[in-house]
Write a protein that binds this ligand. Structure first.
Ligand code: GSH
Length: 204
């Protein structure tokens, strides 16, 4: 069986749980408390020297890190990755955007405000994260104001990658009010068959 080294609060890990749920693929979850450095033990570092979840262990023992690489691996030959070469590259384009322009801002602001002691957060750093996070949302709104999904006409792993932290932007104290296209898209994603909430933890 697939084993997911996981954390229920993590949007990066949720991406993988969400795709596995869509695929109807059972998996075992091992939970780590990232606020207590549980992914920094010698045992975990032997599995992933980068010391981070999500980490997927496949039945032959190989492991794969990086949420979006895991999505790309699991989505092969499924309806969640388009067949066309250019559309596949567009999926990757959105997933690289997610990791460079979206996650480092919205996910980090959420982590500071929702999981750490907010009184320890430097206001200037937070405001920079918000400003860059809103820039990323502006980019998404340009697409989603006029289209149902990020790539082509269908739901794909590009949507899963960007849904993970966008749907909890309120926990980063960010306001999605000015983004009607994104808000409609969030509802559309939540209506996909097999959708699970970020808090769901029973998958075996
Ligand atoms: N780029 C990585 C980021 C993974 C990541 O930042 N994981 C966090 C939780 S969201 C983590 O494991 N943090 C624990 C640590 O750094 O010690 C991905 O997309 O998987």
């Amino acid at each position: 069986m697939l084993v997911l080294h996981d954390n229920l609060g993590s949007g990066n890990a949720y991406k993988v749980r969400l795709l596995l749920a869509h695929l109807g693929q059972p998996f075992q979850r091992i939970e780590y408390d990232v606020t207590k450095a549980e992914t920094r033990t010698a045992e975990f570092l032997a599995l992933n020297p980068d010391g981070r979840i999500p980490l997927l262990q496949i039945p032959d023992g190989r492991v794969l890190a990086q949420s979006n690489a895991i999505l790309f691996y699991l989505a092969q030959d499924s309806r969640y990755l388009p067949n066309d070469n250019f559309a596949q590259a567009e999926v990757l384009q959105w997933m690289f955007f997610e990791q460079y322009s979206h996650e480092p801002n919205i996910a980090v602001a959420r982590y500071w405000l929702h999981f750490l002691d907010p009184s320890q957060v430097q206001q200037a750093s937070l405001e920079e994260k918000w400003q860059k996070g809103y820039q990323a949302l502006d980019v998404m709104e340009k697409r989603l104001g006029a289209a149902d999904f990020l790539v082509g006409d269908d739901y794909s792993i590009a949507d899963i990658a960007l849904y993970a932290y966008t749907h909890v932007a309120d926990e980063a104290e960010m306001d999605l009010g000015p983004y009607p296209g994104i808000r409609r898209w969030l509802d559309r994603v939540a209506e996909q068959p097999g959708h699970v909430l970020i808090t769901q933890d029973d998958f075996t």
